[in-house]
Design a protein around this ligand. Structure first.
Ligand code: G3H
Ligand code: 13P
Ligand code: ZN
Length: 309
């Protein structure tokens, strides 16, 4: 089956109340691990590429490797630009065969975000490509203000409806308390499910996207820290919350940090246990296996997208 857009997989997810994992890719090992896990679980999957991943690996390499994964599997796979920063980057990805792009205008004010998103939607739709947009700002310890309890950062459900109507975007990323990276919550993890509920009431047919949704798997953080790493106090979204998000209207759940941890944990373990190793296959192989196991666990036990291909 060729690369697909997210249209059909999102329709199914909204009807059957499950979520589709969108996993960030940077090199061959990520692509193979994610698509093999999804194929074995018979799950649709989204491979997503950030603009920094494009700078790192080059778009043509990523595209060809994704094509190889598509040929090697039998599941719906979408290729998506993650956090597209501007029209030009979105256009480059559309022109290079991506089936979905995100334009992240959340750093702009509402009117600028509408205008930029609409520009991308018009171009993307003319080429049969779908568009994810973002409204609201993700909380983050990297922010210079403590935004955790600042309602202004969360997505406003009324604005969300106006935004989708005016831009024609195909899916919407909302801010309900998640954040990117390995430090999501200082105290107890808390997501604003009340906001998700109100957004879904206003936009019952719009697929909703959750960014910053790694669970920051404690066993992987421990494996890193026990093998020379230094990631103290890392904390992510508990799996129960992610499962609930999938059941209550989130169609796409973004995961990058957990896969980075999986790769790093195994590489650290191998180096620590056998410092004589210098064949990259001896540490990239276990790293790839750990990414695959991580993706499979999420698909089967958290997002509930197994057998939905
Ligand atoms: O949300 C951002 C993703 O984790 C991608 O991160 O820009 O470092 O590739 P990156
Ligand atoms: P994490 O950092 O929680 O994995 O989030 C990834 C993400 O949102 C990519 O867009
Ligand atoms: Zn994100």
């Amino acid at each position: 089956m060729p690369l697909v857009t997210t249209k059909e997989m999102f329709e199914k997810s909204m009807k059957e109340h499950f979520a589709i994992g969108a996993f960030n890719i940077n090199n061959m090992e990520f692509i193979q691990a994610i698509t093999e896990a999804a194929d074995e679980a018979k799950s649709p999957v989204i491979l997503q590429v950030s603009s920094s991943a494009i700078k790192y690996a080059q778009i043509k390499y990523l595209k060809k490797m994704v094509e190889a994964a598509v040929e090697s599997t039998n599941i719906p796979i979408a290729l998506h630009l993650d956090h597209g920063p501007d029209f030009e980057t979105c256009k480059m990805c559309i022109d290079n065969g991506f089936t979905s792009v995100m334009i992240d205008g959340s750093k702009y004010d509402f009117e600028e975000n509408v205008a930029l998103t609409k520009q991308v939607v018009d171009y993307a739709h003319s080429k049969g490509v779908v568009v994810e947009a973002e409204l609201g700002k993700l909380a983050g310890v990297e922010d210079d203000v403590n935004v955790k309890d600042d309602d202004a950062r969360y997505t406003d459900p009324d604005q969300a409806k106006e935004f989708v109507e005016r831009t024609g975007c195909d899916s919407l990323a909302i801010a309900i308390g998640t954040s990117h990276g390995a430090y999501k919550f200082k105290g107890e993890a808390k997501l604003r499910f009340d906001i998700l509920k109100r957004v879904k009431e206003k936009l019952p047919n719009t697929p909703i996207v959750l960014h910053g949704a790694s669970s920051v798997i404690p066993a992987l953080v421990d494996m890193c820290n026990n093998n020379g790493g230094n990631i103290p106090g890392a904390k992510g979204c508990p799996n129960e919350m992610l499962k609930k998000a999938g059941e209550e209207g989130v169609s796409k759940i973004n995961v990058d940090t957990d896969l980075r941890l999986a790769m790093t944990a195994q590489i650290r373990r191998v180096f620590n246990e056998d410092p004589s190793i210098f064949d990259p296959r001896k540490y990239l192989g276990p790293a790839r296996d750990e990414i695959k196991a991580t993706v499979k666990d999420k698909i089967e036990n958290v997002f509930c997208s197994a057998n939905k291909a």
